[in-house]
Design a protein around this ligand. Sequence first.
Ligand code: MEV
Length: 340
Amino acid sequence: MTDPNPAEMSEPDIPARSFPLSARAPGKCILFGEHAVVHGRPELLLAIDLYTQVTARRAERYRLNADTDPLSRNPYLARSISEHWKNGPPLEFRVSTRIPKAAGLGSSAAFSADLGAILGSANGGVDRPTLAQTAFSIEQGAQGVGSPGDTSAVVAGGVLSVNGGKGTLLWSVADAAASWKVRRVRDPNWSWLVAYSGIPRNTGATVRRVGERLAAPDGPALLEQFAQVADEGIAAVEAEDRERVGRLMRRNHELLREVGVSHPRLEELIAAVEDVCEGAKLTGAGAGGSIVALPRPGRELEAARRITRVGGVAFPVRAAASGATLVEGTAPPVTPATGP
Ligand code: MEV
């Protein structure tokens, strides 16, 4: 018998394990290019060090925290089960999270990635590029629209670009109509501030509204401006040019205002931190949700204080070092049936 090839023996990124299983994924914030990325333009994202953890175990019937009928109420879970656990026994899921819900900070992407990681592990293990595709189809299936930027960020961790930049290609993710290329961007290791307005928003509805706005005669020109700002933003982060990044964040926010997704509360949060930050903008779908700001060195605490003073919820964040992972120690490794 020949020795097994070590490459064949190496475990997938999310290895095969048996229940109970836990997975943990970071949130995300978008630095440049939200909305335009849905239309194929470039985007820059940061996985942020706020996490969602999901634990799953076998049970008598499906359950999600206190909800005893989650398959009819939670489209993310329903989609995950119908695509990846169709004939499996019922499972009970527990979710704990520090990512505010419907805030533009990746709560649904992190939940989708955790579900994909847990079911992928129970199904024999899954590599990160496949998990990125799985998490996207769970999230897009539940929301009806969108790009794979958010789900790729929470699967990859760190900083990454979509349809732009010159970094290593991590993976491509596709839906029935389009395909997006996801690349690694070197993390400049800066402190960021994200701040939630307290106004929840609906990504699907906002993406559709912007799609209608971009169908107007000036839509193509606007999309080109989004693309130019995102391309320059990616280059500025790669060059670790804080002042240029801040200027481009402000420019990106003006474009988002132009397509109608700012909100008086977001403007108030931005105004509160403007003179202690290089730049600030809304992040995610907008129309509520959150802002992201790059505080000037030494002004991080002051920026957070100003957000609190105007009634926002401040989260000082850095890029999350890694993307979605199994939380080992909750489950025994699977013993191969033919093993020693
Ligand atoms: C939402 O976080 C970002 C959007 O660009 C939608 C998407 O890319 O799926 C608005």
